[in-house]
Design a protein around this ligand. Structure first.
Ligand code: PEP
Ligand code: MN
Length: 377
């Protein structure tokens, strides 16, 4: 059972004490409090763990300080929607992330040189983009490939981000100690930017890593669907993160591995955007770079990466994560799929139009639904 407290009630309020006293009579019930800070309000949820069947819902619902009580049958106890209030999302570094927001994270697959990084940040600033992607720790198939500069590049990377007003960088972590290294570099440089910790597809079921990112509250998480995992398995992995206390999670679709996706690198799975939004409260990101894997273009002159990015946005995605490089031919990782930096204004305008189309389409459906429901004369 999940109990949502009224907006004015906190865990210090006498009403919360009364609720706890009431629940204390039921043996074996554990209480776990989850707090969500949205743009307009804070939501405090009291999660009851144990055999809650014997607790009468109507009584709980009528207690002072309780806005709503819900019986949770679903396995996604923390991240699930449970038909409750509109998901409130989270704020980070002055930006808001929820199932209605929209952000484009642009940057290098792997940070290589200072110059390339500065060129990217400068282009982002010129185009009004404050969200970047930058890999410092790279999981590579071959041990002989470039694994990223690791913690060595973090201080100058963060300083450069601050110089160009980048609010958040999505950065993959491969091991719990990478979180500490990122924190130390931010401390050392005076927190000029923020970091969203990315869990890559190869670590989608690395439960110790999931617990490590979940048990810290500083950084939000960008969780990438496992390339060979079902939606249910990947959502359970997010539940691992949330059950450790961190609910600031964005779920990223990045394609699934099957030869049925050939000649693309992976099979595009952006049809699952509405599925994730329906099953969970999480904002949804799409990554068009990794499922396509190259800069091929259709006879209409539009690259496949653009096509599928727009498909994700039209399906209601809240975030796009995409790889660009000033000189893709020289990139040390994923060069073939990196878009040229010169095409950034085009890509952004293209996505903006797709987002507007999605919002228009949502209005069309709402208007027709209202008309269908209106009483017939
Ligand atoms: C990446 O974002 O560069 C990356 C390695 O992604 P994925 O984990 O989806 O392959
Ligand atoms: Mn990559």
């Amino acid at each position: 059972m999940i109990i949502i407290l009224k907006p004015e009630i906190t865990t210090e309020s006498p009403e919360f004490e009364k609720l706890k006293d009431y629940l204390a009579q039921f043996e074996g019930i554990q209480i776990h409090v989850a707090e969500y800070q949205g743009m307009t309000r804070k939501v405090i949820e009291v999660h009851l763990i144990g055999d809650t069947q014997k607790i009468p819902l109507e009584v709980v619902q009528s207690l002072p300080g309780v806005e709503k009580a819900i019986r949770v049958s679903s396995k996604y106890r923390q991240i699930g929607r449970h038909g409750e209030l509109e998901p409130i999302g989270f704020d980070y570094r002055g930006l808001h992330f929820d199932q209605n927001s929209f952000h484009v994270f642009v940057g290098l697959c792997a940070v290589d040189t200072y110059e390339n990084t500065e060129t990217i940040f400068k282009a982002l600033k010129e185009n009004g983009v404050r969200t970047a992607r930058m890999g410092a720790y790279k999981p590579r198939t071959s041990p002989y490939d470039f694994q990223g500069h690791g913690k060595e590049c973090l201080p100058w990377l963060f300083e450069l981000a601050g110089k160009y007003d980048i609010a958040v960088i999505a950065m993959e972590v491969l091991a719990p100690h990478h979180i500490d290294e990122i924190w130390e570099a931010l401390e050392q440089t005076g927190h000029p930017t923020g970091v969203m910790l990315q869990i890559g597809t190869r670590n989608a079921q690395n439960f110790e890593l999931l617990k490590a990112v979940g048990s810290q509250q500083e950084f939000p998480i960008l969780y990438k669907r496992g390339m060979g995992l079902t939606i249910e398995e990947s959502l359970n992995a997010c539940e691992y993160i949330a059950s450790e206390g961190n609910h600031n999670i964005v779920f990223c679709l990045r394609g699934v591995r099957t030869h049925l996706g050939d000649p693309h690198r992976n099979l595009v799975d952006f049809g699952h955007v509405p599925v994730i939004k329906r099953l969970t409260k999480l904002p949804v990101c799409v990554d068009p770079s990794h499922p396509i894997g190259s800069r091929v273009q259709a006879p209409d002159g539009i690259k496949d990466i653009y096509h599928v990015a727009a498909q994700g946005v039209i399906a209601g995605a809240n975030m796009v994560l995409v790889e660009f490089h000033p000189v893709p031919e020289k990139a040390l990782c994923d060069g073939p799929q990196a878009l040229y930096l010169e095409e950034l204004p085009c890509f952004l305008e293209y996505l903006e139009r797709a987002r507007e189309a999605y919002l228009d389409m949502r209005n069309i459906v709402a208007r027709h639904t209202m008309q269908q429901m209106a009483p017939k004369p």
